[in-house]
Ligand binder design. Structure first.
Ligand SMILES: [Zn+2]
Length: 114
């Protein structure tokens, strides 16, 4: 199995440690919006001794930095952006669309007169 993967993708793009951490976080928390991804990065930076804040907080740079990270991961082929949802790991199928106004036999009433 490992040999096969090696043949398909002999040299995947290298990720920085920060990108790797962001990708792992994305994998278990997707989809993430720009500011959610940025807030995670700021939390991770604080954990590493730098400036930052908790994941539930937002600063003026969360959205910008999250968007930057998302776009970089997309360039490298690791992430994708789903409109209306946010960043996901590349190859993640779209969540099932919510049917609006479509006929659903499970909830549709019998026509009047029957
Ligand atoms: Zn922030």
């Amino acid at each position: 199995m490992t040999d096969q993967l090696t043949l398909i993708d002999p040299e995947p793009p290298r990720l920085t440690e920060r990108q790797q951490v962001a990708l792992e976080h994305l994998g278990s928390n997707q989809p993430l919006t720009n500011d959610e991804l940025g807030a995670f990065l700021h939390e991770a930076r604080r954990a590493g001794g730098g400036s930052g804040h908790g994941r539930e907080e937002r600063c003026a740079y969360c959205a910008a930095e999250g968007g930057q990270m998302g776009r970089r991961l997309r360039e490298l082929g690791y992430a994708a952006y789903r409109r209306g949802h946010g960043w996901v790991v590349a190859g993640t199928p779209l969540p099932p669309a919510v049917a609006r106004g479509g006929y659903d036999p499970a909830v549709a009433p019998f026509p009047k007169g029957f």
